[in-house]
Structures are given as structure tokens and as C-alpha cells.
Design a protein around this ligand. Structure first.
Ligand code: RIB
Ligand code: CA
Length: 313
């Protein structure tokens, strides 16, 4: 098997952190060319630091980490410390990462890596606001044919928004970037709240992660314990949704998911519904589908795979 080349772009909060650990635990399947950090859950100095901490924790000091954009393309930055804590990965107390930050800007890394790649060869995995991806597309349109697929976490349709009644956080923070990405013409798989809200870290699933008993398992357990408390109170569910690892899980086991090929458009005009992902489930717009929208997940299969993989690190 040839490992699939990917670039991960994240706003490293706890769920991005678990996503990174899962990706690092799949070296045979995924060739992580690099990780680019973007401002989102917390400001950029923390999201890049957190990404470096997770690569070091996973023993993957081979993975270069880059800092990308520190604010959205047009709007002011909105962060989510109320969910993720001051550092973004509260629950994990290590302070200084052993992995150095690369000096190159994250957008330059994305552009240069794609320009050097073959057509249709690199998969982009963004799990934060889409600022870095959009800036790369605007900066160098010739990267478009190099992209094999964009497997992103973002958006909401039947589940409603988590940041406004109509918008999910990643899309809300930088709706203009999301518009650029959803109109770029390359295949998109969208892991929105419609599916991530079916991926709850229940007490039993959290206990299974805690039972791994390794430094990675312990770190994942304590980060999720902190991260879950906000959403358990907000949604009144047994556990909070685990958003970002759904992207890597899709790359590893796409059969865990049910998706529908639909037309998706991002609201960038109305302040009231800014960042809404309008999903045309029934083709009423007659616009060509531009995204595979995840609707269902085998949540038990997902957590079994996640727990087994984390135990490998
Ligand atoms: O709405 C959930 C998304 O916003 C996740 O990616 C979370 O990490 C935040 O970035
Ligand atoms: Ca994220």
C-alpha cells in the first residue's frame, strides 16, 4: 500500500488534537507532508504550539509544522476559549513542544508543496477556519489541479449551527474563505455537524480511551474530559460531539460514513445567517453538486477504530 499524501490544516483545539494523534497513528496509510496551523479555536501562537505538542506526543517529530494566517480573510477573528480553555488544549499540561516551528509561512508551504506535486495527488484535510486553504487558492490558482480531494470539518444543515443558529464555527469564523474553497472545483467531503453530532464521546467510549493506559491515551482522555464538559451542558447529551477526527476516520475507513453528493453554498452577505452552509439535498437549485455531505456514521465503529489506533502510539 502506498501512503496517501495529505496536508493537515487545523486550529488545534482538543478535537483537532485527537485528529492529529489519529493521523499520526496511521503511517502506512497517510503520508503527512506537513501540518499548517490557523487561528480559530484560540489565537495562532497557541494553535501552532498545540499542533507541535501533539506531533511530539505522537513521536512524530518528522512532521513539519507551520504557522499560517492569524486572522480571517475579511472578518475579525472569533475564538472559542469557552469551549477549549485558554490554551486550546486544556486538559493537557505540557508547555514546551520539542518539535520546532518551521519558519516558512503555512500558506507558502501549501502552495510550494502542491506546485511540486503531481496533478490530483495531494489531499487537504482542514479542520479549522479555511483561511489558509483559501489564501493558497487565491495566491496560486495553479495549485487547483494538484488537489486530489478536500476532506474538511465544517458546516451544518439539518443539525443547525453551533455558533449562530445557522452557522457552524469553522465556516462562521471565515465564511469568505469557505466560499473560496466550496467554489474551487475540486472534490470536497464535508464532515458537518449533521454527522459529528452523531459522534458523541459517551462515558463508555471515554472510559475505553482512558483504559489505553499510555501517555497518548491518558492525554486524549484528559483533553476530552475537559473538552466534553461544555457541550454536555450545552446539548444535554451523554458526551460531546467529536468533530475533527471524522476527517481522518473517513480517509482510513470511508465505509464508516454515509454521504450524499449535493450542492453547497456558503452565505457571505446576510449578517443574520453569515456562514450558513446552504445544502441542496433535493437538487432544487439545479446547481451541480460540489460536496459529498456526510449524513450518517457508524459511531461505535469510529470509536473502536480511534481507540485501537491511539493505543498504537
Ligand atoms: O464546530 C466545530 C469545529 O470548530 C471543530 O473543528 C472545532 O475544533 C472548531 O474548530
Ligand atoms: Ca478544529
Amino acid at each position: 500500500m502506498i501512503a496517501r499524501p495529505i496536508i493537515i490544516d487545523c486550529d488545534t483545539g482538543q478535537d483537532d488534537a485527537i485528529m492529529l494523534l489519529l493521523a499520526c497513528a496511521a503511517p502506512d496509510e497517510l503520508d503527512i507532508l506537513g501540518v499548517t496551523a490557523v487561528a480559530g479555536n484560540v489565537p495562532l501562537p497557541l494553535t501552532e504550539r498545540n499542533a507541535r505538542l501533539m506531533c511530539a506526543l505522537a513521536g512524530r517529530t518528522d512532521i513539519p509544522v507551520f504557522a499560517g494566517c492569524s486572522r480571517p480573510m475579511v472578518r475579525d477573528l472569533v475564538t472559542a476559549e469557552e469551549v477549549h480553555g485558554r490554551t486550546g488544549i486544556d486538559g493537557y499540561d505540557v508547555d514546551q513542544p520539542k518539535v520546532p516551528l518551521q519558519q516558512k509561512h503555512g500558506v507558502d508551504f501549501i502552495v510550494e508543496t502542491l506546485m511540486a506535486a503531481a496533478d490530483d495527488s495531494v489531499t487537504l484535510v482542514p479542520t479549522g477556519p479555511l483561511t489558509n486553504i483559501a489564501m493558497a487558492l487565491v495566491r496560486e490558482p495553479r495549485i487547483v489541479p494538484k488537489i486530489n480531494e478536500i476532506v474538511l470539518m465544517g458546516g451544518a444543515a439539518r443539525e443547525g449551527g453551533n455558533t449562530t443558529p445557522s452557522a457552524e464555527f469553522n465556516i462562521y469564523v471565515d465564511p469568505h474563505a469557505a466560499h473560496v474553497v466550496f467554489t474551487c472545483g475540486r472534490p470536497i467531503v464535508a464532515m458537518g455537524l449533521d454527522v459529528t453530532h452523531k459522534t458523541l464521546t459517551t462515558k463508555a467510549r471515554l472510559a475505553a480511551i482512558g483504559a489505553i493506559g499510555t501517555p497518548v491515551g491518558n492525554a486524549a482522555h484528559s483533553m476530552l474530559e475537559f473538552y466534553d464538559r461544555h457541550d454536555i451542558e450545552k446539548y444535554g447529551t451523554d458526551g460531546g460531539p467529536l468533530h475533527d477526527p471524522c476527517t481522518i476516520a473517513y480517509l482510513l475507513e470511508p465505509g464508516l460514513f454515509k454521504t450524499k453528493h449535493v450542492y453547497v453554498e456558503v452565505e457571505i452577505h446576510s449578517e443574520r445567517t453569515m456562514g450558513e452552509t446552504m445544502v441542496d439535498f433535493w437538487g432544487v437549485t439545479k446547481r451541480p453538486p460540489n460536496a459529498h455531505w456526510a449524513q450518517e456514521i457508524d459511531a461505535d465503529g469510529f470509536y473502536h477504530m480511534l481507540t485501537e489506533r491511539l493505543a498504537r502510539l
